[in-house]
Design a binder for this molecule. Structure first.
Ligand SMILES: Cc1cc2nc3c(=O)[nH]c(=O)nc-3n(C[C@H](O)[C@H](O)[C@H](O)COP(=O)(O)OP(=O)(O)OC[C@H]3O[C@@H](n4cnc5c(N)ncnc54)[C@H](O)[C@@H]3O)c2cc1C
Length: 468
């Protein structure tokens, strides 16, 4: 249970700023290792982007659309068996666009079959493609783009490019022009066994994580926004919240890397060379969502768990980001999502650009939100005729919403482009005791990426604390 900020002590071994999945995991691992940990979160609830909200008896999940099988091992090893035990597969993934309509379990076997029989790609080519992406790792040459990778194996086949790329663009914001490694690692993770979800919903997961933190002795304060990371004599000394300084041997920031460098830490603490690289970091895109709640007692047909739909003629990264995009993913949450909670909800997700939404006047903003909501319902009607009459709650989120709740620069949903990873990994060399965890480099984002990165950073911090 979170404690009021007024009850915090003056000193901890280390402080974690932010309770996204990366921050929660680092805090948990470090407390498990015996360190006294303070976790400070600006929002009233833990989880960061792994969150939910309740309206009119509905529970809407924000970022529980799907993650790779790797979460099973990660949760078992770094959280607990109960968390692992709630991970279940989503078997019904649907694509519908002007180039093809198909249903898949989104794993290597099924994709091999689809690429060979539906798209008429020779089996050897499919096999070579899978071998190439599965062999990609962080230390590879990063000059090849995903576009070049696709052209190498499937030249001119924009339909195949769409099948392979569209879900990954929704999953981590990467485009055809990002390094192929950002595609290969995430795609291979999914192809391992398919798409998985957390039965019971995000609220159950975060409660279980919160219980584990408490068991390991983490002091948690919500509604506690860190205003400043305090650095003295070139080393981290602590953080400042509402004028109170709390000291610690190390600080782990789960605030975005750009926030951490530009807003939380004095720029004079960093070398010019580091700052010039940090200033060049590009943040990833943000998101828009439309939340639809089905009236209690009404039912809807099973139309798939995830529907990647588009009326755009071909896949185009810019089209997916457009404020009037014709592409969206529907996540359909049936009663099985939350056993015992007999409700249906549907979330339409789109990628979005922060600037497109912040340049609008208040009136224009309301208008665009209403138009986006109307487009989402019209598109959903194509799969569930008459659904409009069954909806009793409608709400929309835009990049402005994501920025407000997480404080992320430009409301980024997936952290930064590739260059952010190196900055995040080396920040402690600039300011000893200062570490960053959280979505960076495309690779370290998503539920699995954020948790795994939380473990990596916790190991760094543990080593640092033991060395001083
Ligand atoms: C719409 C959407 C859909 C997504 N869908 C999926 C999906 O289906 N599958 C998947 O795997 N991933 C998905 N993701 C991505 C995934 O949710 C994120 O990559 C992951 O949750 C990010 O974790 P994080 O550790 O980077 O922290 P974040 O979740 O970004 O949290 C950072 C936390 O730090 C806090 N904070 C920031 N500054 C301060 C401060 N100064 N003081 C105190 N607290 C502070 C914030 O309030 C926040 O709680 C989705 C994301 C979005 C936006």
């Amino acid at each position: 249970m979170p404690v009021p900020f007024s009850q915090t002590k003056d000193h901890y071994d280390l402080i974690v700023i932010g309770s996204g999945l990366g921050g929660l995991t680092s805090a948990n691992r470090l407390a498990y290792c015996g360190h006294k940990v303070l976790l400070l979160e600006h929002h009233h609830r833990l989880g960061g982007l792994a969150t939910w909200f309740k309206r009119n008896g509905h529970i809407f999940d924000i970022s529980l659309h799907g993650f790779p099988y790797g979460m099973v091992k990660t949760c078992k090893k770094y959280w607990n068996r109960e968390i692992m035990g709630s991970i279940v597969q989503l078997k019904n993934i649907v694509f519908d666009n002007p180039q093809f309509t198909l249903k898949t379990t989104f794993d290597k076997n099924d994709f091999t079959n689809i690429l060979n029989t539906t798209f008429k790609i020779p089996l050897q080519t499919v096999h070579d493609f899978f071998t190439t992406v599965a062999g990609m790792n962080f230390y590879d040459d990063q000059s090849m783009t995903t576009r070049e990778l696709f052209e190498q194996f499937f030249p001119g086949r924009t339909d195949v490019h769409r099948l392979l790329m569209e879900p990954i663009t929704y999953a981590n914001g990467s485009t055809l022009d990002d390094p192929a490694i950002t595609y290969g690692i995430v795609f291979s993770n999914f192809m391992n066994r398919g798409v998985f979800t957390f039965e019971g919903g995000t609220d159950k997961l975060i409660q279980m994580m919160s219980d584990e933190l408490e068991k390991n002795g983490v002091t948690i304060c919500t509604k506690s926004k860190v205003d400043r990371i305090v650095v003295e004599k070139g080393k981290v000394r602590g953080v400042e919240v509402n004028g109170k300084v709390i000291t610690a041997k190390a600080v782990v920031s789960n605030s975005g890397i750009t926030n951490t460098i530009h807003n939380l830490t004095d720029r004079n603490c960093f070398s010019d060379e580091f700052l010039s690289r940090a200033d060049a970091i590009r943040v990833n895109n943000s998101s828009c969502q439309v939340y639809m709640g089905i009236r209690d007692g009404e039912r809807i047909a099973d139309v798939g768990d995830l529907l990647f739909t588009s009326t755009a003629p071909e896949f185009d990264s810019a089209e997916l980001l457009d404020i009037h995009t014709r592409s969206k993913t529907f996540s359909v949450y049936y009663p099985k999502t939350r056993p015992g909670h007999d409700r249906y909800t549907i979330v339409a997700s789109m990628n979005g650009r922060y600037d497109d939404w912040t340049r609008l006047t208040d009136e224009e903003y309301q208008h665009e939100k209403e138009e986006m909501t109307a487009r989402a319902i019209a598109d959903l009607e194509r799969y569930i005729p008459g659904v409009r009459e069954k909806i009793d709650w409608l709400e929309a989120a835009t990049p402005r919403t994501f920025n407000r709740y997480t404080l992320h620069t430009h409301g980024t949903s997936f952290g930064t482009k590739f260059e952010g990873l190196d900055i995040s990994r080396t920040i402690f060399k600039e300011v000893p005791g200062l570490f960053h965890v959280g979505s960076v480099g495309i690779i370290m984002s998503g539920w699995l990426g954020a948790i795994n990165y939380g473990v990596i950073v916790a190991n760094d911090v543990d080593g640092y604390i033991r060395s001083i």
